[in-house]
Design a protein around this ligand. Structure first.
Ligand SMILES: C[S@@+](CC[C@H](N)C(=O)[O-])C[C@H]1O[C@@H](n2cnc3c(N)ncnc32)[C@H](O)[C@@H]1O
Length: 219
């Protein structure tokens, strides 16, 4: 998936992945992480997700990274916020209130940028990437998060032969293969969502589940 793919999705407003409310699985499971309210949360491949607004509503600071400047601009505009912008090697940092969103490549963030993230939230990020980029993503952004960082990873599972991604199906075996070296990974909920996803049914998908993992960075 080249950056152009995503820029084209944003410029043509084909952003079916964007939800107009926080993800119910986030609302259910985030409190079980028992994080301090002011913990900083890393949201990779953040789009303009309202999950960031929900996290900020709990008192968290949010560090997002997103390739699309259009997505980041829309996020702030829709909140009525005017961000301060400064550039670093990571990209263009847009800062307002509890939000710092970097217009840049998640794979290029170094450990210093991520150093004070006590938490991570991955929804529609790992599953947005094809297999080779998933390995790059795990070996860069995820590996560079600090010890004891904890959070949630939300995936989809469906017969990949029935539909082309994104979103891709990422099975539990792959999640463990990608993350187990650095992270403790526990599946905490698996839910059949096929009936809620008519788009998948229309494309011929016969089974669809979402899985929530609790993750914690090892020392
Ligand atoms: C499927 S969308 C999900 C957005 C968001 N997580 C949500 O739940 O609405 C994936 C997003 O990742 C962005 N993206 C893709 N590759 C990226 C990369 N290497 N670094 C930063 N953002 C990236 C895309 O522009 C797109 O907005």
């Amino acid at each position: 998936m080249q950056p152009e793919f995503w820029h084209e999705r944003w410029s043509s407003n084909r952003i079916g992945f964007h939800r107009d409310a926080p993800l119910p699985l986030l609302v259910t499971h985030w409190p079980t992480l028992d994080l301090p309210a002011d913990a900083r949360v890393f949201v990779p491949l953040c789009g303009k997700s309202l999950d960031m607004v929900w996290l900020a509503g709990r008192g968290h600071r949010v560090l997002g990274v997103e390739l699309s400047e259009m997505a980041v601009r829309q996020f702030f505009e829709e909140r009525g916020l005017v961000p301060q912008v400064h550039a670093t090697a990571a990209g263009a940092h847009h800062v307002a209130g509890p939000y710092e969103l970097i217009v840049g490549d998640a794979f290029g963030l170094d450990a210093a940028v991520l150093a004070d993230c006590a938490a991570v939230y991955d929804r529609a990020a790992l599953i947005a990437l094809p297999p080779a980029l998933r390995r790059t993503y795990a070996a860069t952004a995820w590996r560079r998060l600090p010890t004891a960082c904890r959070g949630l990873l939300v995936t989809l599972e469906y017969p990949q032969a029935e539909k082309a991604g994104p979103p891709f199906s990422v099975e539990a075996d792959e999640v463990h293969a990608l993350l187990d070296a650095d992270w403790r990974v526990d599946a905490i909920e698996r839910r059949d969502i096929l009936a809620n996803e008519p788009g998948f049914v229309a494309e011929g998908v016969t089974a669809l589940s979402t899985v929530v993992y609790r993750v914690e960075r090892r020392g």
